[in-house]
Design a binder for this molecule. Sequence first.
Ligand code: MG
Length: 368
Amino acid sequence: MKISRVSVWGLPLPLAEPYSYSGGRLTVTALDSTIVRIDTDDGLHGWGEACSWGDSYLPAHGAGARAALQTLAPFLLGRDPRAVDDINRAMDFFLPGHWYAKSAADIACWDILGKFAKAPLWLLLGAEKAKAVAVNSSIPQGTPEEMIANIARARAAGYKTHSAKIGGGKIAEDIARINTITAALPEDENITFDINRAWVPARAVEVLNSVAFRGWIEQPCETLEQCAFVAARAPQSLMLDECLHTFDDHLAARQMRACAGIKIKPLRAGGLTKARRLRDFAENAGWQTHIEATGGTVLADAAAIHLASSTAPANRLASWLCHPHLTLDIAPGQGARNTNGFAAPPNLPGIGVAPDENILGKPSAVYE
Ligand code: MG
């Protein structure tokens, strides 16, 4: 089986509501997604997606993904898409880095592998059955009262795990957010406060030692070294997200005892092939994980939920879904969707999401 065509779409994805985080430093109103369809000479095809959370969240750029895929396409054509490790070795040889762009091609190859094997990805990734995973809300930064009202709306949709965005402003404001929001949270619900790297280490240590909250604190500072400094001086467990990219970053985090949990995002890792390695490492490290898309449609969400579903329950906390935040749905009714706080991966060959090409329109580039 050989790759015969690579089609690429640039797809603007407006958010239903603007989203502010990291002390208001970062506000996102629309996402810039890249959808990839890979066709093969024997008629099978697969779908992948690369979509970051705006341009300021990660070193991942929508237009950059399309440019990188233009460079990569000649090296993908003629290769066997089922050989996902060799596909990744080839992509890394001909274009080092640019993991986010490669994630779309890698995920499309996994979709083809699943269709060839007539097996859903959760099975190929090691699960006995399609286990539904808990999904978590994502609460943009606001006043404590606004955030509590937002959590109540998420609760009405079945969410019992929440990720609340804080950081920035006066120290007293972050302390008030943590104290007021946790006091209003029912006993059977969990919350992570995600700072999205807005704090410097001294501020993180001061805030975290001034609150009674003992749950998860996520990405307090910019770098791994800064977060490790905080981890050694704060009573909460740290979850790391934006500062982890390569396998070596994860190894360093383990050696530095910088965290007890990590976010695994196929976009940031470079696709499912590398995200699977990080998942295996996390299980071995005893870390707890959130495995989820960085952004994108139900296609990117479903790819991540297959990996989350195949992860040991003890090492899996919850997964966020991006598609409920969007005004555009490219595969209505399909994929991993929230059902009373849980999402199950599709029980179909491959990812199990077939985007409607009438909605996608004409591809922005075709390589063959
Ligand atoms: Mg985060």
